[in-house]
Write a protein that binds this ligand. Structure first.
Ligand code: ADP
Ligand code: ASP
Ligand code: MG
Length: 442
């Protein structure tokens, strides 16, 4: 059976009229495909700023902000289209979204309204992009993600619903070579508009790829693939050619900002390769993520901020069974997941990344003993395939961090990751030092 591909473009890839033209050129080539777009770069942040102004009753400022914001979109389409017909079509797309944006007042704030407001970012970019494809004579169909993308009660993608409804949407657009749809936005279990979280368009692309059993899911961004270090913190990083799903998932989860943390899983379930590509250098091969892995090396180092360390000391833990179970139940009750864990005879240390229910969580934990917690921690995560490593990888890693206080270490949870908990203030130094020591001969 014929398998389409999925191509997702992030905000920077379409953030200027020239860049959007460049993307139209990239998608015009080759076989049938689904194109998933984020909002233009900066748009989601701006929408959030406006929401905050409105929530704080700073109505005048919000109005000025929206006015300037609309002007930016008017200028964008003015630069993009020279023919009046297409300028008018794109103008209607912009007007429709800005009507919804203007309709958000301090007196009608609800989560649903807020999510509908945020959804305009992706509806704007995809609407304008489809007019661009039209203007080039390319046959495209517009798929509104709100008609097929849905999460269930637990916030997980409802694959059955998505597969059926996406197929219907595609069938009602016969003879099209390119299907254009939005990343990030979806509906919840009750049918209300919601989204997949910041950076969620990668996740959308992976879900869509799994739903249509795509031949490949391409994530096009502003860098030539996953690098062996975080280029925002370390100089002279270089792209990794191949990663296994497991390695990529660990990296995405532990802070490699290039991929949404959940975006590997849907592709992995269907064994569909993910290919990360650079929109600005399309000839570069980028990174291939698949079931295969090169066994011989540490692939990359990432770091995740905003970690909270919690330590529980309890004499009752001494040789007692069932203690950890009781502790875990508290985390389950407060819907807070644990990232790292380390135990000694009378204490257990854990990390979490979600402060939402921290106070209640700490209060409940106090029933077990003395509880301490520390904010502003980071997890530094070294990822690779360690089965084949015979050269003392743990030694290399710990040596590299000799000058930095390490609060917790986790090794052996999987053969793909060594994680260390450090203070966020030490993160840059830790990443640089690890990069220097691990990749010095490569
Ligand atoms: P998009 O808007 O296309 O979704 P993102 O900004 O979300 O792009 O992701 C790309 C950025 O991720 C890069 O510009 C880079 O700064 C950052 N990044 C963080 N860690 C890594 C890594 N290990 N490899 C490559 N890029 C990374
Ligand atoms: N536009 C959304 C965001 O900025 C989703 C995405 O870009 O992936 O988070
Ligand atoms: Mg992103």
């Amino acid at each position: 059976m014929y398998r389409m591909k999925v191509m997702k473009f992030g905000g920077t890839s379409i953030g200027t009229p020239e860049r959007m033209q460049n993307v139209a050129g990239i998608v015009s080539k080759g076989e049938q495909k689904v194109v998933v777009l984020s909002a233009l770069s900066g748009t989601t942040n701006r929408l959030i700023e406006i929401i905050n102004l409105i929530k704080h009753y700073r109505v005048g400022e919000a109005r000025d902000f929206i006015y300037k914001f609309k002007r930016e979109y008017d200028n964008f389409i003015f630069d993009l289209f020279s023919e009046q017909e297409y300028l008018d079509e794109a103008g209607s797309v912009v007007d429709r979204s800005f009507e919804i944006i203007r309709d958000f007042h301090s007196d009608n704030i609800s989560t649903e309204k807020e999510n509908e407001f945020l959804a305009q970012g992706e509806l704007l970019s995809t609407g304008i992009f489809q007019v661009l494809l039209d203007s080039k004579g390319l046959k495209s169909g517009f798929l509104n993600a709100l008609n097929f993308m849905r999460v269930d009660k637990d916030g997980e993608p409802d694959m059955f619903f998505i597969e059926g409804n996406l197929a219907n949407c595609q069938e009602s657009n016969p003879g099209k070579d390119i299907f254009v749809t939005q990343g990030f936005i979806c509906r919840d279990y009750f049918g209300k508009i919601t989204n997949l979280g910041r950076g969620g368009s990668d996740y959308s692309a992976s879900i869509i790829g799994a739903a249509i059993n795509a031949s490949v899911i391409q994530i096009w961004t502003d860098i030539d693939g996953v690098h062996n270090g975080d280029p925002r913190w370390v100089e002279k990083t270089s792209p990794v050619k191949e990663l296994s799903y497991k390695e990529a998932a660990e990296l995405a989860y532990f802070g490699a900002g290039i991929l949404h943390p959940k975006s590997v899983f849907p592709a992995q379930v269907k064994n569909i390769p993910l290919r990360l590509k650079n929109t600005f250098e399309p000839e570069q091969e980028g990174t291939l993520i698949s079931a295969k892995s090169r066994k011989d090396r540490i692939k990359s180092v990432a770091a995740k901020d905003g970690i909270i360390a919690i330590k529980i000391r309890s004499a009752r833990m001494l040789m007692a069974y069932g203690f950890l179970k009781n502790v875990f139940e508290v985390f389950e009750k407060h819907k807070t997941s644990i990232d790292m864990i380390s135990t000694s005879e009378v204490s257990v240390s854990l990390t979490i990344d979600n402060p939402k229910n921290l106070e209640l969580l700490l209060k409940d934990l106090q029933s077990f003993g003395e509880v301490e917690y520390d904010l502003d921690q980071s997890i530094v995560c070294v990822v690779g395939d360690f089965m084949a490593d015979e050269t003392g990888m743990a030694r290399t890693v710990l040596n590299a961090l000799a000058e930095i206080p390490v609060r917790m270490i986790s090794y052996g949870g999987s053969m793909n990751n060594i994680s260390m908990l450090i203070k966020s203030a030490d993160k840059k130094k830790a990443l640089e030092s690890l990069h220097r020591d691990i990749f010095k001969n490569r």
